[in-house]
Each structure stands twice: as structure tokens, then as C-alpha cells.
Design a protein around this ligand. Structure first.
Ligand code: AQP
Length: 337
């Protein structure tokens, strides 16, 4: 039996944070032993919001190095703009998606609001509206069975399925596979500075904890995490405390520590300072080996870049095959020059 296909993507818009890692990237690593996996660093997506040209190129490579450092195998990694067939399929799939579905997307609404924050005169790009269709192309082009993502992406994945269904109906055959989301046990990490919003880079520096921050910064960020304003009654856990428990469970090698602290919480004896200390130290224990590994990769950047160019070229072959089939199916010309 051929192995099931896994595909997921991540935007090179800055540092990898705990939300990305516990919500999706940890699964990227674990799934590699069971499935045929492909993971894209999606730079076409990163240009849908205002951005800095030099930073984008830096961020693209930095994200590649970070993913390698946490255990993603280089042969499974590719850079989206090195596989331009994603954009070609994206165009075709645009014609199988209603505009109204795109204007209704939560992320479009949130991000288009943030574009105009800060008083800078700018505009909402058509790319921002359209990026869920490109995302559908990212997934469908590899006929992925499973897509490891955080909960914030569930609406986009549903749209990918809808687009696939509409396409299949039009061509009169089950051509595209219906992709399914794979969630980790912690698919929704909140900002420690404001637990009512998700941990995210675009919300600003205090709203995310980078995997590659120095230990003193991690301690400081966890120490200043919002817990609750009232007293702990052992029953109604506030979003901030719940988030710290989620992070601890995801980071901690032993469930014993987690269980003991949770018992303290239930008994009303938990001191938040103690919880924060344990969370910070467990995080640091988890992250230090990643940080060491990244230093090794950075010491031979050239080699790492060559490996990713090679893997992108191999992965591209599969994307080209799909494009040829799709063009045949919908009546476009297929000429090999
Ligand atoms: N807070 C989160 N909890 C769980 N999963 C999360 N993901 C992102 N934030 C959380 C998951 O990480 C993967 C990569 O997502 P992305 O490319 O959208 O990452 P991002 O743009 O870097 O995420 P940010 O920081 O949240 O960016 P903005 O602020 O621009 O939206 C996805 O699988 C996502 O679900």
C-alpha cells in the first residue's frame, strides 16, 4: 500500500513561536515516520501583507533552518516560490471558488483590519483576499490526505475541501483527494500577554514566544504571563492559567509534574509563581537542544541551502505532474517546450 500523503505549510513572516510549534510543527516532525510528508515554506503567502524585501529572503532561509533544527528532514522541505506550479493551480482553483466565501473568512477580516493599523497609508491586497485559494492549491497539488495545522486554519481547510469537491464535480470524477486536518493535543496556544487572543507574530512581540529566544527572555515572558485577577477558587480556571497548563503539558517530558500542579490548582493551593517557574524551566529544557542544533546548521548554511534547493526541485516534479493532469481535465493546452 502506498504511504498516505501529508502536506503542510508555514509562512516566513518571522520567528517560529510556541503556537506554531505545539499547534503544528511538532506534528510535522512526528508524522515523518508514518507518512510521506512535504512541508512548504510559503513565501508567496508572505507577500500578501505589507513586508520588507530583504527581510523576506532572510526569513525564508531562517525558517528553513529553524524547521531543520526542530527535526524536519530537509528532503521533506521546499520553498513555495521554487515550485511555481502552486501559483498556477491557485489561478485555476480561483475559478472554482465564490468571492463571497473569501470575504467571509475570519483571517481575512482580522488581517485586513490590521493592515490599516498604525496610521500608515496602505491598502488591502487582492492577494490577502485570495490566499486561502492558494492554500487550497498548496494542499491539493500533492493530493494530500492529511494536513497538520493549528485550529486557526480549520476554516481554510474546509474551503480547500469545498474547492476540491466543486472541481471534482465539474470534471465528473474524484480527481482531488479530500484533505483532512490533523491536530495536535494543543492546537490553540494563546498569547501569554493576552490569553484572549491566539499566540501570533502579527499581534506584536509580546504576543509570541520564539523557540529560539535566549532563556532569560523566555523566563521573563512566562513570568509576566497574565494569569487571573481574582483568587484561585480551584474551579473556574482563567484563560491565562489554562494556557500555561496547556503549554506545560505540551512541553513537559513527564506528566507527573503537570498532574501535581493541576492537583494543587484543584485544591486551591497552587501559587502561580511556582507554575510559571516550572513552565519556563520545562520550556527551556525542551528548546535548548533545538537552539544548539540551529547553531550547527547555521555554521554550514551553504550546505543546508543546497539541500533545500535540491529537495524543492524533486518535490516540484510531483506538482508538475498534477498541473499536467489538471490542464488535460479542464481543456487547457498541454505542450512540453
Ligand atoms: N497560536 C497558535 N496555536 C496553534 N497553532 C498555531 N499556528 C499558528 N499560530 C498558532 C499554526 O502554525 C502553522 C503555521 O501558521 P502560519 O504560517 O499561519 O504561521 P504564522 O503566520 O507564523 O502564524 P502567526 O504567528 O499566527 O501569524 P499571523 O499573526 O500572521 O497569523 C499553522 O498550521 C497554524 O495553524
Amino acid at each position: 500500500m502506498p504511504l498516505k500523503q501529508v502536506l503542510s505549510c508555514i509562512q516566513p513572516t518571522g520567528e517560529v513561536h510556541l503556537g506554531n510549534y505545539f499547534g503544528a510543527v511538532k506534528n510535522y516532525v512526528d508524522l515523518q515516520s508514518k507518512y510521506e510528508c512535504k512541508y512548504g515554506v510559503v513565501d508567496y503567502h508572505a507577500i500578501t501583507m505589507p513586508y520588507d524585501i530583504k527581510k523576506l529572503r532572510y526569513n525564508t532561509w531562517d525558517l528553513i533552518f529553524s524547521l531543520m533544527a526542530v527535526g524536519v528532514q530537509p528532503e521533506n522541505l521546499f520553498v513555495q516560490s521554487l515550485v511555481p506550479e502552486h501559483a498556477e493551480l491557485g489561478w485555476i482553483l480561483n475559478c472554482f471558488c465564490a468571492v463571497g466565501r473569501l470575504t467571509n473568512m475570519t483571517q481575512y477580516k482580522d488581517k485586513s483590519l490590521s493592515v490599516n493599523q498604525g496610521g500608515k497609508e496602505t491598502y488591502i491586497s487582492a492577494g490577502l483576499l485570495d490566499y486561502p485559494v492558494l492554500q487550497a492549491a498548496d494542499i491539493l497539488i500533492y493530493k494530500a490526505d492529511f494536513v497538520p495545522v493549528g485550529k486557526d486554519q480549520s476554516q481554510h481547510l474546509e474551503l480547500s475541501r469545498e474547492i476540491a469537491q466543486r472541481f471534482n464535480h465539474f470534471v465528473g470524477q474524484t480527481y482531488f483527494v479530500m484533505p483532512e486536518a490533523l491536530y495536535t493535543e494543543s492546537p490553540n496556544i494563546r498569547s501569554t500577554a493576552d490569553p484572549l487572543r491566539k499566540m501570533s507574530k502579527s499581534a506584536g512581540e509580546k504576543h509570541y514566544i520564539s523557540l529560539f529566544s535566549e532563556p532569560p527572555r523566555i523566563r521573563k515572558q512566562i513570568k509576566s504571563a497574565v494569569t487571573d485577577v481574582g483568587t484561585n477558587d480551584g474551579e473556574h480556571m482563567s484563560p491565562g492559567v489554562a494556557n500555561l497548563f496547556v503549554i506545560l503539558k505540551a512541553a513537559s517530558a513527564t506528566s507527573e509534574i503537570y498532574k501535581n500542579l493541576l492537583d494543587d490548582y484543584k485544591n486551591g493551593t497552587l501559587r502561580y509563581g511556582d507554575l510559571k517557574h516550572v513552565v519556563a524551566e520545562n520550556l527551556i529544557d525542551l528548546l535548548l537542544p533545538f537552539q544548539e542544533k540551529k547553531k550547527e546548521i547555521l555554521a554550514d548554511k551553504k550546505r543546508a541551502k543546497e539541500r533545500i534547493k535540491a529537495s524543492s526541485s524533486i518535490i516540484r516534479k510531483k506538482a508538475q505532474e498534477t498541473i499536467r493532469e489538471v490542464k488535460d481535465l479542464i481543456g487547457l493546452l498541454n505542450v512540453r517546450f
